[in-house]
Write a protein that binds this ligand. Sequence first.
Ligand code: UDP
Ligand code: MG
Length: 321
Amino acid sequence: MKDISIVIPLYNEEESLPELGAWIDRVVSSMGKSYEVIYVDDGSNDSSWKVIESLVAKNPDVVHAIKLRGNQGKSQALRAGFAATRGDVVFTMDADLQDSPDEIPEMYRMIKEDGYDLVSGWKKKRYDPLSKTIPTKLFNYVARRASGLKLHDFNCGLKAYRHEVVKSIDIYGEMHRYVPMLAQQVGFSRIGEKVVHHRARKYGHTKFGLERFINGMLDMISIVVINRFGRRPMHIFGAIGFLMFLIGFFSAAYIGLHKLYLLYMGEPTILVTDNPWFYIMLTMMILGVQFFVAGFIGEMLVKSRHHTPEVHIDRKLNINQ
Ligand code: UDP
Ligand code: MG
């Protein structure tokens, strides 16, 4: 067990790595704590891995590295890194020198002394183009509303976690944007933030294009829906299906009664298929049944999943692993 683990996901960051490594060393060794740095190379195709190999060779007690097979995304890189950590407090940090290692001591203190489970960086003054900062504001607003967490900057690469947090969250897809929400979902409630110093990208270029916003929003919807209904799909699908079926049923009743009424009054009637309610009835009943069936299938999936009840352990004392 070490005091500090620093997980650094990276994709084609060869120029930044030596500088970052030296900076982290400088800051953390002055804290007098034991630490490890875990570089996770997310399938870089520049010479990042070569640079990392030389960093490991220089300081094998501290520097560790994982290389993913191909570019799998930042979330997968974090997942691999988290699994390998042995530190009491775990940090994540981008490799592009935009996040400052100088924040480590204070964030460490917030975890150890103030009792936070997770401390998220807040790039209050950002050095990124407007095309990025404006949508990000909207994003954070929606995330705040959806989660109830009072954070300004969900997607900051610089974060500090208690060991238990990184071992409990299930991060995949592009969920790295919502790690605080994932932590909240497995029961960690002391989630705070610290204003952190941010810098413009010094080398290379950003690895996320415009698709970040679309994917990001879709992921948020998944997180919220799975969180609310993941264990009881029938409650959402069944409700929608039932509602639609009702609309269809009453449309059918209306068509039938209306026709009978006209016949009874001896007035000219139209064919049922010429009545617009017929099509409303048809679609609603079909969709309603489909939603219902989706709910059933969802329930069956939940039930048949080999289910070990999740235990969310808060801390461990004198227990290895
Ligand atoms: N990154 C990664 N895999 C990817 C994309 C990015 O590991 O597929 C890393 C990247 O090398 C950097 C961090 O994630 O260390 C943040 O990426 P970037 O700086 O490009 O994002 P931005 O700061 O523009 O949001
Ligand atoms: Mg960056």
